[in-house]
Design a protein around this ligand. Structure first.
Ligand SMILES: Cc1cc2nc3c(=O)[nH]c(=O)nc-3n(C[C@H](O)[C@H](O)[C@H](O)COP(=O)(O)O)c2cc1C
Length: 352
């Protein structure tokens, strides 16, 4: 296994293995532990306000001197129209009733109370905090942001789930592309067509490789040496690892969530918009079944903001039926070892 390639040189890392940014799960400790394995840690900032981003970036820098990536969501924010307001009310009533039926006391926000922020404020924070690598998902950065980030010497990684999206990212001057296979845990990075792309990860990676010339990272289903080498054979130079790290010592998941993961079978894992309004892969539960059956789901980020408090309370009560536990299709042992050890084992397996 040759690890040195254009991508490892560009990012200045020994192993071109990237600990996936996982909002709510990947912690500063996980980023530092990935760096300890000489891989690239990625700090998820999602849609957090700028001051929170600064706090987390600084906390991570306290734990490691290594370079790490920061990751943000760059989605469009739909305008609040009368139609959306009416739809919000209907969905809010439905979810409140559902919670009541299951004896969960929760006060869901009115649409006016929802705070959404644009990614531009996070860009200011990342530049001010001297970040070196920025990855993003749910969209493409606008031209001005790309220019600002690149002229600050920042390397950019965009996420695609189709050939079309990869071509758009390359044309915009993005340095590296993360090809997210359908197998991947968590949200899909899709931004051109909101429908689920029907193409599987193997076909997608190979097609993207034939269509663009920037180095590719593959994300989706890598859980051992063989799957990593398969991605390499199909043209990936970097390997993004998410679900394999969910049970790790540095994961922010609670013990009941880790236990739920360790009792999975493949039928439990679905792609659903029910929690956030965007497709995400995770564990099917009472909430998913009820919302899918009702068929009324708000666009992202409104569904996400509407359901946040319910999920927060369910989590406190260790109620796996109302929390979103994201995971990909490659069910694994969800080891409780440190991220460093899990990644070192993966490297060893790939070198066999
Ligand atoms: C719990 C969880 C949270 C995630 N959050 C993010 C995120 O904040 N930003 C992002 O770009 N990708 C996110 N992803 C997707 C991962 O970056 C990656 O595409 C995926 O984990 C790879 O597939 P795998 O889970 O099979 O390894 C998340 C994935 C999981 C499992």
């Amino acid at each position: 296994m040759h690890w040195k390639n254009d991508l490892s040189r560009l990012l200045n890392i020994e192993y071109p293995i990237i600990q996936a940014p996982m909002l709510g799960t990947a912690t500063p400790q996980m980023v530092a532990a990935a760096a300890k394995a000489n891989c690239l840690g990625a700090l998820p900032l999602g849609d957090l306000p700028a001051d929170k981003c600064v706090e987390i970036i600084r906390a991570t820098k306290q734990l490691t001197n290594a370079v790490f990536a920061v990751n943000i969501f760059v989605n469009d924010i739909p305008e609040i129209t009368d139609e959306l307001r009416a739809q919000y009310k209907t969905v809010k009533n439905f979810i409140t009733q559902l919670a009541n039926q299951h004896h969960i006391e929760v006060q869901l926000p009115e649409i006016e109370e929802i705070k959404v922020n644009s990614y531009h404020e996070r860009i200011d924070a990342m530049i001010a905090e001297d970040c070196k690598i920025v990855s993003f998902t749910f969209g493409n950065l606008d031209e001005q942001s790309i220019h600002r980030l690149k002229s600050s010497g920042i390397k950019l990684i965009g996420t695609c789930t189709s050939v079309n999206e990869a071509v758009i990212l390359e044309k915009s001057g993005i340095d590296l592309i993360c090809v997210q296979g359908i197998e991947a845990g968590g949200h899909r990075g899709t931004f051109v067509n909101a429908d689920i792309p029907e193409i599987g990860g193997m076909s997608l990676l190979s097609k993207v490789y034939d269509s663009v010339s920037v180095p590719l990272i593959y994300a989706g289903g890598i859980y051992n040496g063989r799957t990593l080498k398969a991605a390499q054979a199909l043209g990936a130079q970097g390997f993004q690892i998410g679900s394999l790290l969910l049970g790790s010592a540095e994961s922010a998941l609670m013990e009941f969530e880790k236990q739920r993961l360790r009792n999975l079978n493949e039928k439990d894992i679905v792609l659903t918009k029910s929690f956030s309004g965007r497709y995400a892969r995770g564990i099917k539960n009472t909430f998913v079944n009820a919302v899918e059956a009702n068929q009324q789901i708000l666009p992202y980020p409104y569904q996400n903001k509407l359901t946040a408090e319910l999920r927060r309370i369910a989590r406190i009560n260790h109620n796996a039926d109302f929390v979103n536990i994201w995971t990909g299709q490659s069910i694994n042992a969800y080891s409780g070892k440190s991220t460093t050890e899990i990644l070192e084992n993966l490297i060893k397996e790939a070198e066999k």
